[in-house]
Design a protein around this ligand. Structure first.
Ligand code: NAD
Length: 310
């Protein structure tokens, strides 16, 4: 069966992964929206798709299709984080399911509103949580599940250099992106709770525009974590050689992440189209965690500090 898609946020960095996933799963992009018209990339995937720079005209088009019996099956949402819940509501009111980028929303109470509209419309909201589909993460989850009484020591370090533009864009504005722990960290907090079970302790050591660090305890893990978008935080061995450093160790053993998590969008789409997908309940824990982290008091001396945080 072929599904039809509309896409919101078509001119951005992540949108081409969604276009590729729609194409690779044998489906069609019918319409796209972005206030920015730098969308030549659409030609690489769906040159026939209608494109709109104004929401109202996009809405009129989607509504016309619905009224004539050609409703859109899915709306893919690649807009800035603080707009996700509004765009999910648009999708469901248009009688479509939503496939939304991470973080699904900025605060847990936004999920409550989405739950209501899901039950009113009978349509679903899926969150992209692609690390849950990464083979190394699935293997690690199985290993941890086989040792249910053991508590593991985890160090998570992620430094992904961003230029000065980052702080000028919506990504650098806490009220739009949620800040670095929300925008970049949400992948990891979701992965940690997925593998190690419910969160039990959350302590914050650093929270600035460039970096965040803290200590988390899950049912089966003690986690020291450090995130940064500042290249001066790169460890000496990689400085000047690569812009990104990512390391996750479990009891001192490095988790192999080759391929990273940049190529899992098609798998995420397949998973949804085959009747799986990650729903509002799946997104809940990590959204609660990032919302708490945003407001937590900084307690530099509580819990164990990540070595990069000193
Ligand atoms: P981006 O800034 O490159 O793209 C966002 C796009 O949304 C821009 O083209 C912008 O013009 C458009 N936009 C802004 N306001 C809009 C509106 N009202 N209606 C429609 N479009 C609007 O950002 P990005 O890096 O592509 O991030 C987009 C989303 O994808 C974010 O939620 C981000 O967290 C997520 N993301 C996910 C991954 C991942 O690995 N899963 C990676 C990067 C980004």
């Amino acid at each position: 069966m072929t599904n039809t898609f509309a896409l919101i946020g078509a001119a951005g960095y992540i949108a081409p992964r969604h276009m590729k996933a729609i194409k690779e799963t044998g489906n069609h992009l019918i319409a796209a929206l972005d206030p920015n018209d730098s969308v030549g990339i659409i030609d690489s995937y769906f040159p026939q798709a209608r494109f709109f720079t104004e929401f109202e005209r996009f809405d009129r088009h989607i509504d016309k299709l619905r009224r004539r019996g050609d409703r859109i099956d899915f709306v893919s949402i690649c807009s800035p984080n603080y707009l996700h819940d509004a765009h999910c509501r648009f999708a469901l009111r248009s009688d479509a399911h939503a496939i939304c980028e991470k973080p699904l929303v900025l605060n847990p109470w936004n999920i409550d509103g989405l739950r209501e509209i899901e039950s009113q419309t009978g349509r679903k909201i899926y969150s992209i949580l692609q690390l849950r589909l990464h083979p190394s993460i699935i293997a690690l989850k199985e290993k941890i599940a086989a040792n249910p009484n053991k508590i593991f020591d985890v160090d998570l370090s992620y430094i992904t250099s961003r230029g000065k533009w980052y702080h000028v864009s919506w990504k650098g504005a806490d009220d739009k992106s949620g800040g670095i722990a929300t925008n970049i960290g949400v992948h990891f907090y979701d992965m940690l709770s997925f593998i190690f079970g419910p969160l039990q302790k959350n302590q914050m050591h650093i929270r600035t525009g460039e970096r965040a660090a803290g200590y988390l305890e899950f049912k089966q893990a003690r986690v020291r974590w450090f995130l940064s978008v500042d290249q001066s935080d790169l460890p000496e061995q990689v400085k000047g050689k690569q812009p990104t450093y990512r390391s996750i160790t479990v009891d001192g053993d490095e988790i192999e992440f080759s391929g990273g998590f940049t190529d899992l969008h098609t798998d995420s789409y397949k998973h949804i189209l085959e009747g799986g997908g990650f729903d509002l309940d799946d997104a809940q824990t990590s959204i609660e965690l990032v919302s708490t982290i945003r407001n937590l008091k900084i307690t530099p001396h509580l819990g164990e500090r990540h070595p990069f945080a000193d």
